[in-house]
Ligand binder design. Structure first.
Ligand code: BJW
Ligand code: ZN
Length: 239
C-alpha cells in the first residue's frame, strides 16, 4: 500500500484531472454496493437483475429492486468523499467526474461536470415509444410504471449487454486521454468498458491513483494504490 504524500503532490500540480467513481464512494452514505458483503438484494446477484433479459422475464421483480434502491438513495445524503470531489473540481483547471453510479449523489454534493456512464436511477425510458424522462417518484404509484402511451417504462440505466450512450462514453474517453491524473475511487473495476479507462489513462501518459478498501484487478497496474474509505482518503488527499 502507498502513502498519501506523492499522490497529494500530483493532485496539487495536475491541472487536468479525471475521476472514475463506483459504488464504494456512495457506501458511506448507506447505499449498498453491488458486490461483496451487503451487496446482494434478496440473494440476487446484480448480473441476474441488471439485464434486459431479467426485465423481459419479470419487470415487476426488477422494478422492485430499483424501487428499493430509490428509497435508500432518496433518504441518503452525500458523504465526505462526494464533497471532497466537488472541492477538487473547484480547484482544478479542467475536471471531469466519470461515475458508474446512478444515484445522483455527486450532483447533489455540488459536482458539475459529471458523466453518468451507466445512466441515472432518476430517469425512466419507454420500451415502446422510447421517450426518456426524469422521474423522482418514491414510491412509484404502481409497478411496473407505464408511459402515457401505455408502454412499459424501464429504468434509464445501462444493463449488462447494453451499449453505453455513445456521446457520454466519447466524452469520458476524451477527458481521460487529456488527463494528467486519473483518480479511481470505490470501484471493483470488473465491469467494462468502465474499467478500460484505467489502461487508457496509462497509455495516454496520466498518473493513476486508486482509492479502495480492498485490492482490485487494477491495483498492480496503477501508480499509487491507497487503501481505505474513500471519504477519509479523498478528504486527506486534498489537505
Ligand atoms: C469502498 C468503500 C469505501 C466499498 N471506500 N472503497 C470486456 C471484458 C469482459 C466483459 C466485458 C467486456 N466488455 C463488456 C463486457 C460485458 C459486461 C461486463 O463488464 N461484464 C463483466 C462483469 C464480466 N459489460 C457490459 O455489458 C457493458 N456494456 C457493453 O460492454 O456494451 C457493449 C456490448 C453490447 C452488446 C454486447 C456486448 C458488448 C454494460 C455494463 C453495465 C453495468 N451496469 C451496472 C448496473 C447499472 C444500473 C444500476 O445501477 O442498476 O452498473 S452493473 C453494476 O456494476 C453497476 C455498477 O456501475 C457496476 C460497477 O460496479 P462498482 O461500482 O465497481 O461496484 P462494486 O460493488 O462492484 O464495487 C464496489 C467497490 O468499492 C469494491 O471494490 C469495494 O472494495 C469498494 N468499497 N466501500 C472505498 N467506503
Ligand atoms: Zn411510451
Amino acid at each position: 500500500m502507498d502513502t498519501l504524500e506523492a499522490p497529494r503532490t500530483i493532485l496539487r500540480t495536475s491541472s487536468r484531472i479525471c475521476v472514475l467513481t463506483g459504488a464504494g464512494v456512495s457506501a458511506e452514505s448507506g447505499i449498498p454496493t453491488f458486490r461483496g458483503p451487503g451487496g446482494l438484494w434478496r440473494n440476487f446477484r446484480p448480473e441476474a437483475l441488471a439485464t434486459p433479459a431479467a426485465f423481459a422475464r419479470d419487470p415487476i421483480l426488477v422494478w422492485e429492486w430499483y424501487q428499493w434502491r430509490r428509497e435508500i438513495i432518496a433518504a441518503a445524503q452525500p458523504n465526505a468523499g462526494h464533497f471532497a470531489l466537488k472541492e477538487l473540481e473547484a480547484r482544478a483547471a479542467a475536471f471531469t467526474l466519470i461515475t458508474q453510479n446512478v444515484d445522483g449523489l455527486h450532483q447533489r454534493a455540488g459536482s458539475r461536470n459529471v458523466l453518468e456512464i451507466h445512466g441515472s436511477i432518476w430517469t425512466v425510458r419507454c420500451t415502446v415509444c422510447g421517450k426518456q424522462q426524469a422521474n423522482h417518484d418514491v414510491p412509484l404509484p404502481a409497478l411496473p410504471p407505464r408511459c402515457a402511451c401505455g408502454g412499459l417504462l424501464r429504468p434509464g440505466v445501462v444493463w449488462f449487454g447494453e451499449g453505453l450512450d455513445t456521446q457520454v462514453w466519447h466524452n469520458a474517453e476524451k477527458a481521460v486521454r487529456a488527463a494528467e491524473l486519473l483518480l479511481v475511487a470505490g470501484t471493483s473495476a470488473v465491469v467494462y468498458p468502465a474499467a478500460s479507462l484505467v489502461p487508457l489513462a496509462k497509455s495516454s501518459g496520466a498518473q493513476v491513483v486508486e482509492i479502495n478498501l480492498d485490492e482490485t484487478p487494477i491495483s498492480d497496474a496503477v501508480d499509487f494504490s491507497l487503501r481505505g474509505a474513500s471519504g477519509q482518503i479523498l478528504t486527506e488527499l486534498l489537505q
